[in-house]
Design a protein. Structure first.
Length: 274
C-alpha cells in the first residue's frame, strides 16, 4: 500500500502550518505511504510531537531549495497576511496553491498571490488524520486538469473529496462536515452524562456512549440504506427507542436545534471571509 500512495502523488509539497488540521492531513499522507522526502514544512510554532514525528520520518522543517509543485496553506486565517511575503518567493509559476484557511475566498487568495496563480480552496475535517476525512474543494480558473488531478490525489489520500461548483456553498459545507466531528464528539459527551444521570457508573457510561457512536458510524459506512430506514429498523412501535425518539423528534427537539447550530456555524464562516 505505501507504494500505491506514493504513486498517487509523485510531486513535491510544502506544508505551511502543521497544527491540528495541517498535522492531521500530514499524518494521513504519511499513513498512506507518501514519500516524506517530498514534503517540507514551515511552522516555527510546531509542537514537540509534530517535530518528533517529522524527525522520525526525515521531513525537513524548512523550505526546499527547489520550488514545490504544491504549496499547502494550513495556518490560522489571521496569519495569512504575515505569511504571504515569506512564501511568495517560494512559489513558481507552475506551483499550485492549496488553501484550507477557513473563510479565505478564492478572490481573497488571488489578491495576495496573483489572479493567474492556480489556487484551490478546500475545507477538510479532522478524520483526515486516519484516512476517513471528507473535504469540500473548489478551484479557480487557472487550475489545469493535471493540477486538479494532483489535488484530487492529495485530498483523496486522506478521505472523500467533494468538488463544489459554487463557492457560496463552502460556508454551509464547513458548518456540516468541517465542524461536524465536534458535534459528534459532543454527542458522546452528552450520552455519557445522560447515562450517568440514568444510574450507570461513569466509566461504563463513557464506554457505552463511545462504542455506540463507533458502531453506528460503521453501520452507516457499510449499509447503503438511508439513515431514516436504519433508524426505523431499531425502533419498535411503542417500544423503548420510540419513547426516546418522541423527545428527540418533537417540534422543539433535535432537528430545530441542529438547524440553529448549522446556521450559526455558517454565519461565522461567512464572517471570517475577507
Amino acid at each position: 500500500m505505501p507504494d500505491q500512495g506514493a504513486d498517487r502523488f509523485p510531486a513535491s509539497l510544502l506544508l505551511v502550518g502543521a497544527g491540528k488540521m495541517g498535522g492531521a492531513m500530514l499524518e494521513g499522507w504519511l499513513n498512506l505511504g507518501l514519500d516524506p522526502r517530498r514534503i517540507n514544512i514551515i511552522d516555527p510554532a510546531a509542537d514537540a510531537r509534530m517535530r518528533a514525528l517529522c524527525q522520525e520520518k526525515g521531513i525537513v522543517f524548512a523550505a526546499s531549495a527547489t520550488q514545490p509543485d504544491a504549496l499547502v496553506l494550513a495556518i490560522k486565517p489571521q496569519m495569512l497576511e504575515a505569511v504571504v511575503p515569506e512564501v511568495l518567493p517560494l512559489i513558481a509559476e507552475t506551483t499550485l496553491i492549496l488553501s484550507i484557511l477557513a473563510g479565505k475566498t478564492l478572490t481573497n487568495l488571488e489578491a495576495r498571490f496573483g489572479e493567474k496563480k492556480a489556487i484551490v480552496r478546500a475545507m477538510p475535517n479532522l478524520p483526515a488524520s486516519i484516512g476517513y476525512g471528507v473535504t469540500g474543494a473548489i478551484s479557480n480558473k487557472a487550475v489545469t486538469q493535471a493540477q486538479h488531478d494532483m489535488v484530487e490525489a492529495l485530498l483523496a489520500a486522506v478521505g472523500r473529496v467533494e468538488w463544489l461548483r459554487d463557492e457560496n456553498l463552502i460556508d454551509a459545507l464547513t458548518a456540516i462536515s468541517g465542524c461536524g466531528p465536534a458535534y459528534v464528539f459532543y454527542l458522546v459527551e452528552c450520552l455519557t452524562e445522560a447515562g450517568i444521570e440514568a444510574g450507570l457508573p461513569a466509566d461504563l457510561s463513557a464506554r457505552l456512549a463511545r462504542a455506540t457512536l463507533e458502531g453506528s458510524g460503521q453501520l452507516l459506512a457499510h449499509n447503503p440504506a438511508p439513515p431514516d430506514e436504519l433508524r426505523r429498523n431499531v425502533t419498535s412501535p411503542n417500544g423503548v427507542t420510540a419513547a426516546a425518539l418522541d423527545i428527540l423528534m418533537a417540534g422543539d427537539g433535535l432537528l430545530p436545534l441542529l438547524k440553529k447550530t448549522i446556521l450559526a456555524a455558517k454565519r461565522r464562516s461567512a464572517e471570517l471571509a475577507g
